[in-house]
Design a protein around this ligand. Structure first.
Ligand SMILES: *Cc1c(COP(=O)(O)O)cnc(C)c1O
Length: 823
């Protein structure tokens, strides 16, 4: 994050109570905590944050090489001499230092600052408020949902002297955290959105969570909250001081802002209210309860900012849904599209460019960018900063759209092209000019860049599989939390990453620093290598004919018998390769592939007497780790594995990793981690033990193509199997067995979800289409149909089909487009 203002290293050192070794005059404008996203190294200070299983100090060498010369480090770091040109500020705790610097930065601004917290709705209220107050206040706000112990300091760093308001969100996951955030944000106006059941894990109960959350408000002159929940009111009344003004809203009871009536009119809700002597109303373009609540909170906060209610009334109908997530899609000409067209400011541009950098490295980078809306900069300085960001990130092609951007064209690469508006760009548009590129489509809402994205993407088959990458990382972190800090992690990306995609998932996992990836066959590994994935890859089913390819692409085979060992050795010999890593598989009871104990002596003598390969790991696979009834068997397998690996490893002087646990094993047999584990289905959101700890990753959905009412006794579809007992509204959906929607779901066996209601399949599933009974719901054509997803878990569909989620996920056909969502 970059600030408008610069600090010398000397002043930073004083602010954070550090000990400066190096040049005191170095000027700093940007702060970074992540070595992977960096763009102005010479003006950046890197805070080496240490977490439970992450240590920023490990990346200092990398950053130094990229040109960073200022680091805030812990006193335990003892490699400073290796970086002769670097300047170090030594502190006791780097996270505290970051927070102190942000708090100091905050203290220089005297305009109002809004602090938002609550269980849900923080980001939405923040963004809506921003939409409404943008022109009056030029606010600085948290990018995306940066609301954590590191997200808040980074957000606050953007405060500058041209803005007249700050809007920041604060989120906590355990007691004690809010005090830190409150010191950094020091809000003058507090907004509490909602108290719910989310994120209760680390708190005694809801009251405890609430008590912690409202610590954000101790400096507030005014607070806004809904007083319908008695626990919330009581807590606020008891903990606020008399001089802190409380602006409550409530339904049908006394409050500062009393809701009199809410009426749904088509896609809108009309909200009538009374405040003081004013009786008035406003309209919002949403009908669901959460949106209505968030809109009211936003409205009341706007009044607290002294905005005229007539102005706010005019703005409310324009509120837009908040898509905080960027989409990654496949486009024409082997392009990858990254869509991010809901806001456009420097912070979010930086985040989007960072995401682009993480995609396939073999493709060229292209950015289609609109004018930037960012307060705190003169126009010239703003576009100079944008141009700098783009040139630092080595973007191959730049297309600028907007009058302001065009005006500053001379700041950009001479090959960049500019158009004054989206229409003109589209009228010159030629799809064949886009090939093998990663295209970031980044624009403010009013540029309507969705039109550009539509022109570049496949005319989408309306059936898509949405893959939520944030949910996947949540699941990854959950499984990591079960591991000892030193345990290594292999993630299984075989079978198209359990149906969710190959390169996209591998890239993400590489970014999150998993130790190994594992694929089933060599081709899957080649695809990843071709896309620039460089982490070690194990091939679980190596076949002799692909050995040369594997050597060429540095793919490491699972070796499961002597024959394959000898064949692989021959391939290594032929290619004059020495010391190649291999992974030895033991069969301890799965009775699939693997050496048996009787092969052991021969295996050892074979391995000892050659220098073509070395054993990187020995492993085995559990047959029933997810089921209690097999626990004795599982323990027996683990015991056997321990003995055999000991007998093998003792013949070698180098370290050999051992691993036996799959996802269920990680959750249930913590003592058998050895040096490594292999995570599969858990990453994709399925657990045999703690389903509630995981987030859903994949949602298969489509839309209703057509609706018709068919009278009773008629039949639906092939073979005339669907005989109607009554007149029935039938929906036709564009998904069939060729998409992975099994024909076994025919005739009521399968159900899909439309507007929250389950609708059975009528008649036989066809190749590309199916028919569903809409009697339970008021659906219209174009409505979304969830085949499985967030509120309708894939495990239910697995039950309908008498199979397991693995099979459902891996049989969604490749013609169904995958869309990746990321915050
Ligand atoms: C697929 C696979 C795994 C992962 O299993 P999950 O049950 O999906 O966690 C682990 N090890 C081997 C050898 C596998 O083939």
């Amino acid at each position: 994050m970059r600030s408008e203002q610069s600090y010398t290293l000397e002043s930073i050192s004083q602010i954070v109570d550090g000990n400066l070794i190096g040049n005191t005059d170095v000027k700093i404008q940007s702060i970074s905590i992540d070595s992977r996203s960096l763009y102005l190294p010479e003006e950046t200070v890197f805070f080496a944050i240490t977490g439970e299983r992450h240590d920023g100090h490990h990346y200092i060498a990398d950053l130094y090489q990229k040109g960073v010369r200022a680091f805030v480090i812990n006193s335990s770091f003892d490699r400073a001499e290796e970086f002769p040109e670097a300047n170090f500020i030594v502190v006791g705790n780097t996270l505290n230092a970051l927070q102190k610097l942000a708090a100091k930065h905050r203290s220089q601004f005297n305009y109002p600052v809004i602090g938002i917290t609550g269980s849900n709705g923080k980001t939405i209220v923040k963004e809506w408020l921003n939409q409404i107050v943008q022109t009056s206040f030029q606010p600085v706000r948290s990018p995306k949902s940066y609301n954590s112990q590191v997200g808040v300091p980074l957000s606050v760093w953007n405060l500058n002297s041209n803005a007249r308001l700050g809007i920041f969100e604060a989120g906590i996951s355990q007691a004690g955290e809010m005090e830190n955030l409150a010191k950094i944000i020091k809000p003058t106006i507090g907004v509490f959105t909602h108290l719910g059941e989310a994120h209760l894990e680390n708190f005694e109960d809801k009251q405890h969570l609430l008590n912690e959350k409202i610590k954000l408000f101790s400096t507030c002159e005014k607070v806004v909250y809904c007083s319908d929940d008695p626990m919330v009111v009581t807590t606020f009344v008891l903990s606020m001081e008399a001089k802190q003004e409380q602006y409550t809203w409530a339904r049908n009871k006394h409050a500062f802002f009393r809701i009199l009536k809410e009426s749904i009119e088509g896609n809108q809700t009309r909200i009538e209210y009374k405040t003081g002597r004013l009786v008035n109303e406003f309209v919002i373009p949403f009908t669901d309860r959460a949106s209505v609540d968030n809109a009211i909170t936003t409205y009341v906060t706007a009044l607290v900012l002294n905005l005229d209610y007539r102005f706010v009334n005019a703005e409310m109908p324009k509120l837009e849904p908040i898509a905080m997530r960027m989409e990654i899609k496949e486009g024409f000409g082997n392009c990858t599209l990254i869509n991010d067209y809901y806001n456009s400011d420097l912070g979010s541009l930086e985040i989007a460019v960072d995401l682009m950098n993480r995609q396939q490295t073999d493709k060229k980078k292209c950015i289609i960018l609109s004018d930037i809306y960012q307060s705190g900069y003169t126009e010239k300085r703003l576009y100079r900063a944008v141009a700098k960001l783009i040139s630092k990130n080595k973007i191959d092609r730049i297309i600028g759209i907007g009058e302001k951007l065009s005006k500053h064209a001379n700041m950009f690469d001479p090959h960049a092209v500019f158009y004054p508006n989206t229409n003109l760009f589209l009228s010159h548009f030629d799809r064949s000019k886009f090939k093998d590129e990663v295209i970031l489509i980044k624009g403010a809402r009013d540029f309507h860049f969705e039109r550009i994205s539509n022109a570049l993407q496949y005319k989408a088959h309306r059936t898509v599989l949405e893959v939520d990458l944030n949910a996947m990382i949540h699941n990854l972190n959950y499984f990591r939390s079960l591991l000892k800090p030193q345990t290594k992690l292999t993630v299984m990306v075989k079978a198209f990453s359990y149906g969710s995609g190959s390169v996209e998932i591998a890239n993400l996992l590489q970014y999150h620093r998993v130790d190994y990836l594992a694929v089933a066959i060599a081709d899957e590994g080649v695809e990843l290598r071709n896309a620039g994935v460089h982490v070690p890859i194990i091939v679980m089913n190596p076949e002799a004919h692909s050995f040369e390819t594997m050597i060429e692409y540095k793919l490491e085979p699972e070796i499961y018998n002597l024959k394959i060992l000898e064949e692989f050795q021959r391939a290594l010999k032929k290619n004059v390769v020495k010391n190649y890593p291999i992974h030895i598989k033991f069969d301890t009871g799965m009775h699939r592939m693997g050496f048996l104990q009787e092969d052991q002596e021969e295996l050892i003598s074979h391995l000892k007497n050659n220098d073509h390969f070395y054993i990187r790991s020995v492993f085995s696979h559990l047959a029933g780790a997810d089921e209690i009834q097999h626990d004795d068997y599982t323990k027996h397998q683990i015991e056997l594995f321990k003995q055999w690996s000991k007998q093998v490893c003792k013949h070698f002087t180098y370290p050999i990793d051992r691993h036996i646990l799959n996802s269920a094993g990680i959750e249930r047999f913590a003592d058998a981690q050895f040096e490594m584990v292999r995570l599969g289905i858990g990453l994709y959101g399925i657990s045999a033990v703690h389903q509630d700890k995981l987030m859903n990753v994949s949602t298969l959905k489509t839309t209703i193509s057509q609706i018709k009412t068919i009278t009773k006794e008629n039949t639906i579809g092939y073979g005339r199997k669907g005989v109607l007992q009554k007149d029935t509204r039938i929906g036709i959906i564009p998904i069939g067995y060729a998409d992975g929607f099994s024909r076994k779901l025919s005739n009521g066996v399968g159900k899909v979800m439309v507007n929250g209601k389950l609708c059975p399949v009528v008649g036989n599933v066809c190749m590309d289409m199916s028919m569903i009974d809409l009697s339970n719901t008021k659906a219209s054509e174009g409505d979304t149909v969830v085949i499985f997803g967030d509120n309708y878990p894939v495990s239910l569909m697995a039950q309908q089909l008498d199979t397991i989620p693995y099979e459902i996920l891996t049989t969604v056909s490749r013609r169904v487009k995958r869309i990746y969502l990321q915050e």
